[in-house]
Design a protein around this ligand. Structure first.
Ligand code: HEM
Length: 370
């Protein structure tokens, strides 16, 4: 089936399969009262129910604008669409009286040493991740949401991305490539392993977070430009030393297969895998570093060209974890200063709390928060 369930303890779009096309859009909330905030979440719930499950939009008088953009024809097909909603730290300012409900670790995304964040690509009261099989399904969903929330939301920034299809035989069993030409996602935790996802991704009941947040997650979005012209002029051996993996098949340095698990304890001086290789810093694979695992679910992006005539492309990095400090923040801190930085520049993104799921048809998104 190409229909992803939208009801449950968790929102779809986090541990569900990643389809080929994704976009992230961030909004300022225009609502100023708690009642209008609730109306916003109820409208979003209705739109998510319709768009992800599909159906025929209502027909109304031709004197009025059509209720649907018509991008997908008279019948809206689900197309594996998921719509995932998160909230930024700014939602918990004085406007709605929600300060005491703020998830414990939710802050405005800080600037890391290699970042050149541009204000127009960062943060937001609300973030929506839209994923599906096709770009037009994603844009149809985005336009539907925008059309139905004119007095409630204002678009702040948006970034679209894609995942390449499997190429060589057997590649559907392995990770797709990012725009540096390396397989990306190989060492990810298994999103189908429910126990692992409960341990790493979903906020559990009775932990440090407020009770309303149970079943939610911290979502980190980073728009990371890749300097591809420079990368394409870098020797293969250097590229592989920077990443810590072989480029053709994704095997860890000195190993045979992509699925081989690198070990660093027998290579303390970094003779096989440099100590500052991306994967070694990101996951040193010590007993202790298991608690820093994150679920990455990124998309590649390509935006045209920069003012100076360089290709503007990179990684729409997205990751999820129940503990933001132990997860993304710790991993990024370890990566600070890595050799890969010469080829990448984070320019935007934000920290968001992915709301718990919509438990049933009588409920609305964010109900436990309000
Ligand atoms: C692994 C590329 C940014 C965390 C990898 C791998 C590649 C890669 C090729 C190896 C394959 C795999 O296991 O997925 C990139 C590129 C980036 C980038 C091109 C920027 C444009 C980040 C960021 C983080 C991160 C921002 C988190 C702060 C990780 C982790 C692993 C990984 C945790 C798995 C390491 C392991 O368990 O062996 N990355 N990455 N990466 N990356 Fe990145």
């Amino acid at each position: 089936s190409d229909r992803v369930a939208y009801l449950g303890a968790h929102q779809a779009g986090v541990t569900t399969d990643r389809p080929p096309m994704g976009l992230v859009v961030a909004f300022n909330i225009l609502a100023t009262t708690r009642a209008d905030l609730e109306r916003l979440f109820r409208v979003l719930t209705d739109r998510i129910a319709f768009l992800t499950q599909g159906g025929t939009p209502p027909v109304i008088d031709s004197k009025f604008p059509p209720p649907d953009s018509g991008l997908m024809g008279p019948v809206v097909s689900p197309d594996n669409l998921t719509i995932t909603v998160g909230v930024g730290a700014s939602l918990f300012d004085q406007r709605f009286g929600l300060a005491d409900k703020k998830p414990r670790q939710l802050i405005k995304m800080p600037q890391f040493p290699n970042d050149a964040l541009s204000a127009e690509l960062c943060h937001g009261d609300l973030m929506i991740q839209i994923c599906s099989n096709t770009t037009d399904s994603n844009l149809h969903a985005l336009r539907d949401i925008v059309k139905n929330t004119p007095d409630l939301l204002m678009v702040r920034w948006k970034q679209e991305g894609f995942v390449p299809p499997p190429r060589a035989a057997g590649e559907n069993q392995s990770a797709p490539r990012n725009l540096l030409g390396f397989k990306d996602g190989t060492a990810n935790p298994d999103h189908k392993d429910e126990a692992e996802m409960n341990r790493l991704v979903w906020v559990q009941h009775g932990g440090a977070e407020p009770a309303w947040a149970t079943g939610g997650s911290y979502g980190v979005v980073r728009i990371i430009r890749n300097f591809v012209e420079r990368w394409d002029r870098t020797p293969l051996g250097e590229q592989e030393a920077i990443m810590g993996r072989h480029k053709p098949n994704g095997a860890p340095l000195g190993m045979k297969a992509e699925a081989d698990i690198p070990s660093y304890h027998d290579d303390p001086e970094g003779k096989r895998t440099p100590l500052d290789a991306h994967i070694r810093l990101a996951n040193p694979r010590t007993p202790d570093s298991r608690k820093n695992l994150i679920l990455r679910r990124p998309f590649n992006y390509s935006n045209g060209i920069t003012k100076s005539g360089q290709l503007d492309m990179g990684l729409l990095f997205i990751c999820f974890q129940s503990d933001l400090e132990a997860g993304f923040a710790t991993v990024q801190q370890r990566l600070n200063g890595e050799p890969l930085e010469e080829y990448i520049k984070p320019v935007g993104g934000g920290y968001f709390f992915i709301l718990p799921g919509i438990p049933d048809k009588t409920a609305f998104l964010g109900q436990s928060l309000l």
